[in-house]
Write a protein that binds this ligand. Structure first.
Ligand code: ADP
Ligand code: ZN
Ligand code: ZN
Length: 762
């Protein structure tokens, strides 16, 4: 008799245990990595096989009690295991490193997260042995109908009577060589009911037809082969040599300024990997940045490219994974979750804009796709190539310490120079009586760019109309009653919105605390800036922010309109700063360089530097020189000055010194614990208890370099009526601390949240 250990695929965060089941003899070939259906708590649920036993090895298992109490699994799911050895190994690592259950880690690899209630498959004796996804046939547009011989015969007979609909539908099918999916039939006016009726009479036969959805139109770009420059050649050669070596498990940082031809390097390396029959994963930070890179990859590799991003439907995502699974597609481009795609022959993982925060998932399990990619590459023997104009300090540190390879592209590929940056002191503007969000300099530059039929990108780091709403008399800012955070005024629909919980509130006529009626809207959001820019001569504006891009692909439409010159200014939050290559843009305006810098977080400087550099890099990408106007209330700030000079090396050196002094990553690792409580005092009590536990643990183990801070309220102290209290642990060897927490009672508490390697500590 065979037994299996099963991780239960249920979204219960503190179900850490795995369970033993027996395997009925009619289910053959079940190994680690299979999905199965099992009885659990009176239900049929999905699980993952993580270990197999014989009767003899089972007896050595600690959980083992009595064979007669072990329940049999109900059936296998699917006809082939979903997890290969490398995926399983990565999942095991993930659960341990990110302090989640193995099932939670494994769920990340399943495109639909869960999937039972499928078509049963019986063996010759009539015993249920497996389920196959019947729904999948429907969902994926797989289920199709085709006319049968009987149907053809029936058309020649006068048997139809009143079922004219069926007759004409069948005639439609007779005209076709091919099968029609339900959807295609519906498009031809044939209903699903008619299809079923005809199939019941055996006039139509059911079959499968795979139609892949593709949200991106394929516009065929010319793939003229450029003459590579020396630096590009070196980068390509180094990585390709590494690919040729079977035991290569290398990691490289490609540090190339904006417009230095990094994408060109990615394309050539991909070409090389494909020639070896390997698959390539390209990770991009967000949907906003995918469009251009997708087009370039599709131009080179056509149908071998599949794309997955967060706005795809579940079905579309399933299609993409299926293509990767079968090897039908060789290149996958996607956002962070694409790192869990099934690959059997992974050659290279490319991470574009590797410094971006969106590679980190901010909910449980809070993995960082960059690190997951690193581990997958190690497990799969693949090469990792991370590219950026402003590498994360962690990557840069590793590169300068020779822990990973360092490849540099220091010049613009088209020979252009970096834009000239002017820093404008906004305090002086105000003193001179200019109350607008636009400095006089930026206003002049926009007007002259518009007059020359050139385009401008304006970056503003906030959305909404005004950023906050405040009483002029008592100075009270209006806060969301459920979250301790200021409300944002949205002019278009004249309301205030909480950007944390999404609740919408009417504008009060009087101040809730002093009853004054003098309510004022402060700061400048995108909507207000849009109005001001639109009032400039010859100038029209397109706005891109979360409010305007929540619709699928809206982002690309806006960008498409901008590229097609439907407007000469593109205004928006961070997303306008990144990745696009619009040759006609000669001017970039940055309205508020300070707002990110002033966050009380150790990565604030790094984030500000990279955003400012990325934004500046948008200017002058064609053959015209670029200009940048950087507005700030703090022109002497060092980070702002270095960003204006686009001097990454000096910035990195200074910032690393600061990190070293304060023992922040890369010199330490951080674990953030957050306690959630309805009552603040209870939160503090639990927080104190955990801190005491950790201190005691460190003392008992003689761990001296571990710093434990807190509990202190998060920068947003309350969200959705729950108080948040943070504890920060800084240590050199975090694994031992994690293990201590993981074997304590705290791991099971539902209101404690572990963030391993948090992006921010506030
Ligand atoms: P990055 O990804 O580093 O921002 P891209 O790969 O998008 O840079 O290249 C910027 C521009 O330079 C693109 O228009 C690209 O076609 C062009 N380019 C890249 N490499 C070369 C080269 N060797 N010679 C001429 N133009 C190049
Ligand atoms: Zn007031
Ligand atoms: Zn709220």
């Amino acid at each position: 008799m065979k037994f299996v250990l099963v991780a239960i695929n249920l979204p219960i965060k503190n179900l850490f245990k795995q369970f033993i089941y027996s395997v009925p003899s009619e289910i053959k070939g079940l190994e680690v990595g299979w999905r199965v259906v099992i009885p659990f708590g009176g239900q049929k649920v999905e699980g993952f096989v993580v270990k197999t036993f014989t009767e003899a090895t089972l007896e050595q298992e600690s959980d083992y009690t009595d064979v007669s109490k072990i329940k049999p699994i109900i059936a296998a799911l699917d006809v082939k295991p979903w997890f290969n050895a490398e995926m399983l190994e990565t999942a095991l690592w993930l659960a341990k490193y990110y302090m989640c259950s193995l099932a939670e880690a494994m769920r990340l690899f399943i495109p639909g997260k869960t999937s039972i209630k499928k078509k049963p498959i019986y063996n010759a004796d009539g015993k249920l042995i497996a389920y196959e996804y019947e729904e999948r046939l429907q969902e994926k547009n797989l289920l199709a109908y085709q006319i049968s011989d009987l149907g053809k015969k029936a058309l020649n007979e006068d048997i139809w009577g009143r079922s004219k609909k069926q007759e004409s539908a069948l005639q439609e099918f007779a005209k076709l060589e091919d099968a029609l999916t339900v959807k295609e039939a519906e498009d031809k006016g044939i209903s699903a009911a008619v299809l079923r009726a005809l199939a019941d009479k055996d006039y139509l036969t059911r079959t499968e037809k795979r139609i892949f959805r593709n949200s991106y139109e394929k516009d065929v770009l010319k793939t003229e082969k450029l003459v590579l420059n020396e630096e590009q050649k070196v980068a390509i050669k180094t990585v390709c040599n590494c690919l040729d070596d079977k035991n290569a498990q290398q990691e490289y940082l490609l540090h190339g300024i904006t417009g230095s031809g990094k994408t060109e390097v990615y394309l050539r390396i991909t070409e090389h990997a494909l020639k070896q029959g390997k698959q390539v994963l390209v990770l991009v930070p967000e949907i906003a940045l995918t469009a251009q890179i997708v087009r370039r990859f599709q131009a080179w590799f056509q149908d071998e490219v599949a794309v997955v991003h967060s706005k795809l439907s579940q079905n579309e995502r399933g299609d993409v994974m299926y293509k990767m699974r079968t090897g039908e597609a060789k290149v996958l481009i996607g956002v962070r979750s694409a790192v869990f795609a099934p690959f059997d022959n992974l050659g290279v993982v490319i991470i574009d804009e590797e410094h971006e925060g969106s590679y980190k998932q901010e909910e449980r399990p809070n993995y960082n796709a960059k690190l997951v990619a690193e581990i997958r590459c190690k497990n799969a023997g693949a090469v990792l190539l991370a590219g950026s104009a402003t590498p994360s300090l962690e990557s840069y540190y590793k590169a300068t310490n020779n822990e990973i390879g360092y490849l540099e592209l220091p010049k613009r590929a088209t020979g252009g120079v970096l834009p000239e940056v002017s820093v404008v002191d906004m305090r002086k503007e105000l003193k001179d009586g200019n109350k607008s969000v636009l400095s006089r300099k930026l206003r002049r530059e926009i007007i002259s760019a518009s007059a020359a039929e050139e385009q401008t990108i304006v970056l503003l780091n906030r959305r909404g109309y005004s950023t906050f709403v405040m009483c002029r008399d008592c100075g009270e800012a209006l806060l969301c009653p459920h979250c301790a955070v200021g409300l944002v005024y949205h002019a278009k629909d004249n309301h205030m919105r909480c950007h944390y919980c999404g609740n919408v509130y009417p504008i009060p006529t009087e101040c809730p605390s002093c009853k004054s009626t003098r309510i004022k809207f402060f700061g400048t959001g995108t909507q207000k800036a849009e109005e001001e820019i639109n009032s400039l001569p010859l100038t029209t504006t397109l706005r891109m922010d979360q409010d305007s891009t929540s619709k699928k692909l809206a982002h690309e439409e806006i960008l498409g309109d901008f590229i097609n010159r439907k407007a000469n200014v593109l205004l928006g939050t961070q997303m306008v700063a990144k990745g696009h290559d619009v040759p006609n843009v000669t001017l970039v305006g940055i309205l508020s360089a300070d707002s990110i810098l002033n966050l009380p977080d150790f990565r604030a400087g790094e984030r500000a530097f990279s955003l400012l550099t990325q934004a500046a890099g948008r200017a002058g990408r064609g053959d015209k020189a670029g200009k940048v106007v950087l507005q700030t209330y703090d022109p002497e700030n060092e980070t702002i000055m270095l960003a204006a000079k686009q001097d990454y090396l000096t910035f990195a050196k200074k910032e690393l010194e600061f990190r070293k002094e304060l023992n922040y990553p890369p010199y330490s690792t951080i674990l953030k614990l957050t306690v959630w409580e309805k009552e603040e005092t209870l939160g503090i009590k639990l927080g104190d208890e955990i801190v005491a536990f950790l201190e005691e643990f460190c003392k008992s183990q003689n761990i001296e370099d571990c710093e434990i801070l807190g509990p202190f309220p998060g920068i947003v102290a309350k969200v959705r009526d729950l108080y948040r209290l943070n504890i920060l642990v800084k240590a050199n060897d975090m694994e031992i601390i994690k293990k201590a927490l993981f074997t304590s009672k705290y791991k099971e508490l539902k209101n404690i949240y572990f963030d391993v390697d948090p992006l921010s500590v506030i």
